[in-house]
Design a protein around this ligand. Sequence first.
Ligand code: IPD
Ligand code: CA
Ligand code: CA
Length: 269
Amino acid sequence: MTYSLETFLDIATEAALAGGAIVQSYLGKLEEIQEKSRPGDLVTEADKASEAAILKVITRHFPSHGILAEESGKGGAIASEFLWAIDPLDGTTNYAHQYPFYAVSIGLLIDGIPQVGVIFDPAHQDLFRAAQGLGATRNRRPIRVSATTDLARSLLVTGFAYDRRETPDNNYAEFCRLTHLTQGVRRGGSAAIDLAYVACGRLDGFWERGLSPWDMAAGVAIVREAGGQVTAYDGSPFEMATGRILATNSLIHPELSQELQQIHPLEKF
Ligand code: IPD
Ligand code: CA
Ligand code: CA
């Protein structure tokens, strides 16, 4: 059976809303907060329950598709032309502290390209959606990236991966330098929302390293459909597997890319 991108978008929305409702239902009632790979890399029963609800919807509709989900890993036909990249709760640290900045992120890669994305922020009931060629929306209204042309007038966002204490490539130098050059750099704590905010013009640009496909897939589709640009730091084509992303309103892209390429790691802390 062949499906339209619109159908994929609708099913992804159904799944994201289901996950978001579960996430909200656990808020402030967590009994179990575990550390995963490293100190600070948390997982809660809300992450797991949200993922189960999302997978139920996706696999019911698309049993032959591949799945890349943060908590349960690979599933289904990974080599399939259709691969769902699912983060059932992006911003778990915020969530565990009841800091209301977290989201469900569901992206669909078709032949390796993010073509459908849904990001649902249940604390603010903000629903971001896009599919290639169909435009991007927030709560069903069209969105567009900002019109900021200068880096000096921009508001950016970034994040720091869980391996930040183990590598000099920890993004601290970039954060300092760009804080100096812009109106500010936010550290939201949810890469999915960071990308959604670039798409709707609340922020002008986002860069980060150490990310996983489920952090980025939906947001990449949404930023591009909203008129933004997504590449590697040096402006070359975006490669999901590198974990590195530069996403902007496109207007500040060359200037931000140039700065990122000139920054050297801070050696000592
Ligand atoms: C994290 C968030 C955060 C980013 C981390 C991610 P999680 O995802 O997106 O903003 O800086 O690198 O791992 O663990 O909350 O799903
Ligand atoms: Ca994540
Ligand atoms: Ca997560």
